[in-house]
Structure formats: structure tokens, C-alpha cells
Design a protein around this ligand. Structure first.
Ligand SMILES: Nc1nc2c(ncn2[C@@H]2O[C@H](COP(=O)(O)OP(=O)(O)OP(=O)(O)O)[C@@H](O)[C@H]2O)c(=O)[nH]1
Ligand SMILES: [Mg+2]
Length: 475
């Protein structure tokens, strides 16, 4: 697909509907292309490099009196792609930009593939693969925090850490290899246990960095939170309270919510995709439509990162055993975290402690196994601040503060490579212990190659294809 890395490519790099349409051209014929379709008093070229010039796109008869526009020429290697780059800025609206692009094609450029400008920037050493991925993350960032994370990656935070680890692996590799090459000579070698210690430390560093991928996924994609419980527990009321407006219908009639309903809300900078579900009760008690809704609730329970299970604290105490039973039944389908929560505390006849003590003791062996209940009132808003903190903590789930701040947070792709590299570093440690220098060297070399795939130093064309195909045309 990318056989001609040295030809000239062009594309409209602005979205539709904007005020300005930008055509970007990159490659050895960029200057020629812009000059053949555009006229101004001053023409783009080395004399006016990086200066926005005013002029016109050529009209049908080849004169300069077509549409007014700006043009700029950025000679390589000091451009985004590292090649000669030219841009024409014309009026927005797809017609004007497309007409100008057609003219550029006539002048010898071809349409760029998805992400091809960024791919060329990578191939010309303008950015590493983690930074290129940072560009994509920045485009896709759905929250301020996700944008910040992408920016850090774009600025090279991940790349430089990974390069440091790789450089050390390569250094230790040369230690092992020198033992093969100069076995008879008296070289100043690192003692094997020091070497092992160093490889072990690198392995730990790789694993730690891989671990940050979970924070990355959390910051980038958010978490799914499902509010579930028996009918009438106040699930829809809680969703409305979290959103700050009446999104879901609330009535005193059990079985009001028939279908699952999803909305997003930010808590502590984390995006929670909150699903309100149809209340769960015995199938026999529900009409056919409600039963279908309950089926969906069940599916949501299985897919949720966090399930918030509401119990009705205002109901008579005689209902509690049945409420707990329903909770236990539902919990078997939950694969994520589970937070039990007493709602309607404003109407409760018992204190929070008394409510918690109602939990059947045959379900636990020790006090430590007792679930930690939250106590809220969706009606008054009491207890919500505490609940939100709990949700935030549950979402982060033990991730180190450094990962939470997003200093250097890797992606799933990086984490998979780091974990594989860690395994090879483990193997290298064992080989060093056995003084099998050849095998140790081979494991270290594989580890270095895997780590190099992260920044792109050792990435193959199909890895690049996979990454850059996720970009849009014009990027
Ligand atoms: N006193 C009190 N009533 C509440 C509270 N939360 C909800 N309610 C009331 O309980 C009733 C049911 O509320 P909903 O939010 O519709 O309950 P739900 O769990 O969504 O019910 P289904 O959709 O039928 O499963 C309504 O009359 C609410 O006003 C609360 O914190 N305190
Ligand atoms: Mg409801």
C-alpha cells in the first residue's frame, strides 16, 4: 500500500463544515504543485518559506483570478513530515477545497492514505511511534484528562522512558555478547549476580510501566457504571440526581423503567458511562415488556465495570431478607466491582449501622468479609459526595498516584509488548545464572526488539499499517 514513500501526496486536512478548508501537500513535488494551482504577487518558494502569502487559486483558464486563498511553503526537513510541505488555505465548504485538490492532483500529487502524513513524519524521524499514537489519541480525546494524557505522550513522555529501558537492555546484551566474543581474554566483566540484578530491575520497570495501561484505558475510555436493584429502589432517581436534570421517568409504580438508558457523567475527572436499568424481580411478577427490560438489565450487569446495587432502606424490615436474596442472585452475574448501597435513607426507620447489621451473618465467616454499604438519599442528595468518592476510588482501584496523574501512561499495545519483554528478561536472568551467555544474549535481544516496537525502532511495516490506518485522511 505504501510502496511509493517518496512521491507527493495531498489531501484536505480540515473537516467538513469549517470556515477554512486546508489542502496539505507533502513530497518532492509539493512546491511545483502549489505553484501550478496558485498565483500571488509573491509566490511560495525558498524566498518566502514559512510565510503565509495572499493570492488566488488559478481559474479554469489557468490565470490567477479564481478563488482568493492563502498559501505557505515549508521546505523539508523542518516541516511536519520532514519533506517539502505546502498548504493552501481556502474558503471552507467542500466544493472550493475539492476543486483546489483536483488541480493539485493534476499537478502530479496523489491522494494521501489515512495517516500518511504522520507516517512520513515517523519514517523521517520527526516523531516516534508513541508520539504518532499521541496525535491519534489527541484527536479522539473525549475529556480534558484524556487530552492531557495524549499531549504528554505527544511530547515524548512515554517514548523517552521506553528508550531508556531499551538502551539499558542493549547495554546488558553487549555484556553477554562480549563474553562470547572474548571468552579467552581477561575483560573487566560485570559479575553474574550484578548482571542478574540489573536485568531483574529492568524487568520490574517494564512491568510497572505495563501496569499503567489500565490507568490509560480508564482516562481515555472511562468506566461503565450500572445502577441496578429491585423495582422502585430509586435507580432512575439516582441517575437524574447524578446528571443534574430529569433524564429518566420516575414514578412510585414499580417497573417504571422498561429499557436500559445510558448517559455520561464526569466524577473526579473520570468519565462514567452510567446505565439505569429496569428493576429486577421474579420473572413471574413482571409483564412481557418488563421481562424483556429485565433481560437487558441482566446483560448490563455482566458487562459493567462497576455495579451499584440499590436497596430500599425505607421499606419495612421484613422485606430485607428478600432484598438481600435478590442482591445475591444478581451478584452471580457481575464480573466487575460491586457496591451495595442503601437508598431512601431519608425515609429509613433504622440507622445506617442497624441497616448494615441486617445483612445475613450466614453469608460471611469474618467481619472483614462484610460488604461495605453506602447510604444515600437520591431524593435529598445526602450521602452522594461519599458515594462519588467511593466510585472514584473503585474506578482507580489501587493504581499508583503516578499513573493517576498520567505522567507516563502506556496504551494496551505498549503494555502487551512490555509484558512479553518482561518474560524474556526473566528468561535472560535464568540463563545468566546458568552462565549460558548465548541464550541470555538471545533473550535480551528479543526483549530489546519487543521494546523497540513501542517507539517504532524495530516496528515492521504491518505494525505501522495497523497503527496508521486508524488515522483519518489528511492527518
Ligand atoms: N423517600 C425517598 N423516595 C425516593 C428516593 N429515591 C426515589 N424515591 C421514590 O421512589 C419511587 C421510585 O423511584 P424510581 O427512581 O422510579 O425507582 P426505580 O428504581 O427507577 O424504579 P423502576 O424503574 O420501577 O425499577 C419514586 O416515587 C421516587 O420518588 C429517596 O431517596 N427517598
Ligand atoms: Mg427506573
Amino acid at each position: 500500500m505504501f510502496e511509493h514513500e517518496n512521491d507527493t501526496i495531498a489531501a484536505i486536512c480540515t473537516g467538513t463544515g469549517g470556515a477554512v478548508g486546508i489542502i496539505r501537500i507533502s513530497g518532492p513535488r509539493a512546491l511545483e504543485a502549489v505553484r501550478s494551482v496558485w498565483r500571488g504577487k509573491r509566490m511560495p518558494g525558498p524566498d518566502h518559506a514559512r510565510v503565509m502569502l495572499y493570492g488566488h487559486i488559478v481559474s479554469e483558464n489557468g490565470t490567477g483570478q479564481g478563488e482568493p486563498s492563502l498559501a505557505v511553503f515549508m521546505p523539508g526537513p523542518h516541516s511536519f513530515t520532514g519533506e517539502d510541505v505546502a498548504e493552501i488555505h481556502c474558503h471552507g465548504g467542500s466544493f472550493a477545497a475539492r476543486r483546489a485538490l483536483r488541480l493539485v492532483f493534476q499537478a502530479g500529487a496523489r491522494l494521501a492514505q489515512n495517516g500518511e502524513f504522520t507516517r512520513r513524519a515517523f519514517l523521517n524521524g520527526k516523531l516516534d511511534l508513541t508520539q504518532a499514537e499521541g496525535v491519534l489519541d489527541l484527536i479522539n480525546a473525549g475529556s480534558e484528562r484524556a487530552g492531557l494524557l495524549a499531549e504528554r505522550q505527544l511530547n515524548g513522555a512515554v517514548g523517552s522512558l521506553v528508550r531508556e529501558i531499551r538502551a539499558e537492555v542493549v547495554h546488558l546484551l553487549s555484556e553477554c555478547e562480549s563474553r562470547l566474543d572474548f571468552s579467552e581474554e581477561d575483560l573487566d566483566w560485570m559479575p553474574p549476580d550484578v548482571l542478574r540484578g540489573k536485568i531483574g530491575a529492568l524487568r520490574e520497570q517494564a512491568e510497572k510501566l505495563a501496569f499503567t495501561a489500565r490507568a490509560g484505558a480508564l482516562i481515555r475510555d472511562g468506566v461503565s457504571l450500572v445502577i441496578a436493584g429491585p423495582p422502585n429502589a430509586g435507580k432512575s432517581s439516582l441517575l437524574n440526581r447524578m446528571l443534574g436534570y430529569d433524564r429518566a421517568i420516575v414514578t412510585p409504580i414499580p417497573g417504571t423503567t422498561r429499557d436500559t438508558l445510558e448517559e455520561s457523567v464526569s466524577i473526579g475527572g473520570i468519565l462514567f458511562r452510567v446505565t439505569d436499568t429496569a428493576g429486577l424481580r421474579e420473572a413471574g411478577e413482571a409483564d412481557p415488556v418488563e421481562a424483556m427490560g429485565m433481560e437487558r438489565s441482566q446483560q448490563s450487569l455482566g458487562a459493567a465495570d462497576i455495579v451499584l446495587w440499590l436497596l430500599d432502606a425505607s421499606a419495612p424490615a421484613e422485606s430485607f431478607p428478600a432484598q438481600f436474596e435478590a442482591m445475591f442472585r444478581a451478584k452471580t452475574s457481575v464480573r466487575g466491582k460491586f457496591i451495595p448501597c442503601w437508598n431512601k435513607m431519608d425515609g429509613a426507620t433504622m440507622s445506617p449501622d442497624e441497616l448494615d447489621r441486617a445483612y445475613p451473618d450466614n453469608r460471611v465467616n469474618t467481619a472483614a468479609e462484610l460488604p461495605v454499604f453506602e447510604h444515600i438519599s437520591a431524593r435529598t442528595g445526602d450521602g452522594l459526595d461519599k458515594l462519588f468518592l467511593r466510585l472514584e476510588e473503585t474506578a482507580w482501584d489501587g493504581l499508583p498516584p503516578s499513573a493517576q496523574s498520567g505522567d507516563a501512561v502506556v496504551s494496551e499495545r505498549h503494555a502487551a509488548l512490555l509484558e512479553q519483554a518482561a518474560n524474556h528478561l526473566d528468561a535472560a536472568c535464568e540463563c545468566v545464572q546458568a552462565e549460558s551467555w548465548e541464550l541470555a544474549g538471545s533473550s535480551l535481544r528479543t526483549a530489546a526488539e519487543l521494546i523497540g516496537c513501542i517507539t517504532g525502532e524495530t516496528a515492521t511495516p504491518d505494525i505501522l499499517d495497523e497503527i496508521f490506518s486508524r488515522f483519518c485522511i489528511g492527518k
